[in-house]
Write a protein that binds this ligand. Sequence first.
Ligand code: PGA
Length: 251
Amino acid sequence: MRRKLLLGNWKMNKLNSEAKEFALASVPFAKLAKENNIDIGVAPTYLSLATVKEFASKDMIVAAQNVHFKESGAYTGEVSVPMLKELNIDWVLIGHSERRTYDNETNEKCHAKIEALLNNNMVPVYCVGETLAEFEAGRTKEVVGGQVREGLAGFAPEQVKDLVVAYEPVWSIGTGKNASSQIAQDICSFIREELRAMFGNVADEIRILYGGSVKPVNVKEYLSCPDVDGALVGGASLKIDSFEELLKNIL
Ligand code: PGA
């Protein structure tokens, strides 16, 4: 049985002081989520990771938005796995479309980062999704299938059972044009079959999220789809009231 997962992606938002305020206010919701067997978490900026870890409930997942695949060295501006581990940060978003678009994050780079995380018993949230042009050309499965196969090639089934995959059609991110729940279900089910071809029945344990303009009004519909195990939420995860509503709507 896969536990539901609600994950907020704050992107480049919130001052450290605002992150602390959110973390403190989120404590009762982490309790509520736990009582209902739901995992919740947020991905703050690097600068706020330690703050959120300190002031949020221990039951709140705190994820980084990126990591470098090397442990240390001459990589100006980067942060490594041991640095996250020192703060007890075990979850990391990998291959978010904004990083693929603005920071040249390729499937190959994603693979190296995922490998570094899995080798350290950490949880990658591997983001995949097609652009509008690819969607309109009917290439969604080709693109998403390639991202899954290349990003996750060569790992052993027992390594990937805690992995999370997030299907986020690029055309739906921050645009208010959310994909229909039918599209979300079709592609999440397709991803599960790709995972099954690669890893066998472990595919039934891997959580697959939908992301892209998820709001309190539509979150329940996505989570009612059999292959959608949760949501990765950007804009609607920033305000504590909206985060609370997202959670309450999936209880
Ligand atoms: P959005 O972002 O909910 O603001 O569309 C989702 C994401 O980028 O993870």
